[in-house]
Design a binder for this molecule. Structure first.
Ligand SMILES: [Zn+2]
Length: 364
């Protein structure tokens, strides 16, 4: 690209960042809110949106790149035994071209088992004859191929790695996807997520969970060290060939540790986690001023510029009046999931509320 064209492209990017529908395209994302521990609202009727689904402390998403069909049985066995849902980033042009690349039938089976199938471009930026890849085509065509073969379009992409990594274009990816995974960085701060360059850690180079500076413990444990900003953050893992010596042991050590902290972790696939966080960042909660000892009314609004991505339910924690032994919730006219939890013997509700979808009424 010549200098004037490059300058024009940079200007376009800057304009996109200013008028973007959310914070996604700004690579130096500002801190959107201070990090704190789990919030327990004080007065009956007080409420807050939970940082992660189910009031988890932190989030983990497991992703697998480059099709890696020979790894499918091992991952499926791990996922079934541990009740995990994974994300496969698929190079769509390679499907059906050999044993390593898998078949659409195989990916259909993964999708049917509840896993996410997402894009890893058509060619991994390896165009035939060494031609320069057409990035827009790679993003758009891979989405089309997954939609045609699996019946639903993917909502996320993982950028192909080096040497062509620098060709990836977050603004362009945002036209086709709700989030994109990159390779830079290892962990994501919850209050400064860059949704089109989500950082990821390679499972082959993970630190052992017994190490306090390991990735998983950095997101779970509050420290004063340089990793403090990752406390309560999002650990996204990416994995290649698990048949390499020692690799499975590294992953199972992490998965075993995750099981011991299950109640503290959100373990959803990549897109679901990103979509929860994007909705959270674009929502505002208010009490509708109609609280009585027998009823609490809440309103969760959504920024008007959030229309570019779908609304998904957010977990809202509500301090209930002392005497409540049970809780039921309705949004607009429909019942929504709500459960009562206690802390210091005081009742709270965790309610699943979709932003912008009407007032929510809680009753005992
Ligand atoms: Zn790759």
């Amino acid at each position: 690209m010549n200098p004037p064209l490059l300058a024009a492209a940079l200007l376009t990017l800057a304009a996109a960042a200013q008028t973007a529908t959310d914070f996604s395209l700004n690579p130096s994302v500002p801190q959107r809110f201070p990090l704190a521990g789990r919030h327990w609202p004080h007065n009956p009727g007080d409420a807050s949106v939970c940082l992660w689904p189910g009031d988890a402390l932190a989030a983990v998403s497991l992703t697998i790149d480059d099709n890696n069909a020979p790894d499918h049985p091992w991952w499926l066995q791990q996922a079934a035994a541990r009740d995990l849902r994974l994300t496969w980033f698929v190079i769509t042009g390679r499907v059906g071209t050999g044993a390593n690349w898998g078949t659409w039938d195989a990916f259909k089976k993964l999708a049917a088992a509840g896993h996410e199938i997402a894009s890893h471009t058509v060619t991994h930026f390896r165009a035939p004859g060494g031609a320069s890849p057409d990035v827009a085509w790679e993003y758009e065509e891979s989405k089309k191929q997954i939609a045609e073969n699996l019946g639903a379009p993917p909502t996320a992409i993982a950028y192909p790695g080096s040497p062509a990594y620098k060709l990836n274009d977050p603004a362009l990816a945002a036209k086709y996807y709700l989030a994109a995974r990159g390779f830079t960085g290892r962990l994501n701060p919850a209050n400064a997520l860059n949704y089109f360059a989500v950082a990821a850690s390679n499972t082959a180079t993970l630190r052992d969970p017994s190490d306090p500076s390991s990735e998983i413990r950095q997101i779970l444990e509050k420290t004063d060290g340089p990793g403090a900003r990752f406390w309560r953050g999002w650990l996204v893992l990416y994995s290649h060939d698990v048949r390499k010596p020692g690799h499975r042991q590294k992953i199972t050590a992490l998965l075993d540790f995750i099981e011991t902290r299950r109640g503290d972790l959100s373990l959803r696939p990549f897109s679901e986690t990103a979509l929860y966080a994007r909705n959270r960042d674009a929502s505002a909660l208010s009490t509708a001023g109609q609280n009585t000892p027998g009823q609490i009314v809440l309103r969760l609004t959504r920024a008007t510029d959030a229309a570019a991505f779908p609304a998904v339910p957010l977990t809202v924690k509500v301090r209930l009046p002392d005497g409540w032994e049970t809780v039921a919730a309705r949004q607009a006219a429909a019942p929504v999931p709500a459960r009562l939890v206690r802390r210091d013997n005081l009742p709270f509700a965790l309610v699943e509320i979709t932003p912008g979808a009407g007032d929510v009424t809680l009753t005992p």
